[in-house]
Design a protein around this ligand. Sequence first.
Ligand SMILES: Nc1ncnc2c1ncn2[C@@H]1O[C@H](COP(=O)(O)OP(=O)(O)OP(=O)(O)O)[C@@H](O)[C@H]1O
Length: 261
Amino acid sequence: MTKKKTGDVILDVNNISLRFGGVKALTDISFNVKEHEIRSIIGPNGAGKSSMLNCINGVYTPQEGSITFRGKKFSHMSSRQVAEMGVARTFQNLALFKGMSVIDNIMTGRNLKIKSNIFMQALRIGPAEREEIRHREFVEGIIDFLEIQAFRKTPVGQLPYGLQKRVDLGRALAMEPQVLLLDEPMAGMNVEEKQDMCRFILDVNEEFGTTIVLIEHDMGVVMDISDRVVVLDYGKKIGDGEPEEVRNNPDVISAYLGTSH
Ligand SMILES: Nc1ncnc2c1ncn2[C@@H]1O[C@H](COP(=O)(O)OP(=O)(O)OP(=O)(O)O)[C@@H](O)[C@H]1O
């Protein structure tokens, strides 16, 4: 297999520590993510993976450390500011509007891009109407890409779980992100749904050049699609490298087998 070409560092996590009262969720974590890379974060339950993602996208503010995005360093940033910088996220527990249609859910991902004010949008006048048409066309493109045309008007709550996860991915893609954070995109899926999701993640990465940071428990998937993997255990980094390197790391093996605790 030819080695994929990745670019410069787009996201640099520097010495992040995060505590909740007495619980050390993350201790002095550093790693970087390169442009166009699929970078996975793995680790046993409670290792700190979601906390790490929450620090990157501004949900949690770490007590120590900083995150540099395209050379711009920040230690406190709101989720909105992070989104405006081109970082989108999907959620472990879906954050969709169950009563709304697929198309309307994906449209919510365009919110940051909508320029006309609420008054103009409500009346659908002039530029607001043209803008809405442009955004809807963009969203239709995502619906085609994710092969969910048949469900465009279906309320999301009526779809099987695997398709709801796909809609969540569509909502994140509607933001046209440079970096996409995926929190367990395949959790709870059957084998076929996992294969589909894998294909979409690879296509997003290859066709749009989107950098992907992935949390996933399925080791087969992680080892198959990741360029590099960072491993956390009890909030500490115990491994970092290409899949083969990580797979053979004795600390990683013992963390997964439970022999180190
Ligand atoms: N909001 C919170 N308040 C208090 N403790 C928290 C909070 N979020 C996470 N923690 C704790 O921080 C540690 C890391 O949790 P986190 O959810 O980041 O791990 P994880 O690797 O994503 O786990 P899982 O694979 O089970 O989703 C755990 O001990 C957890 O209980």
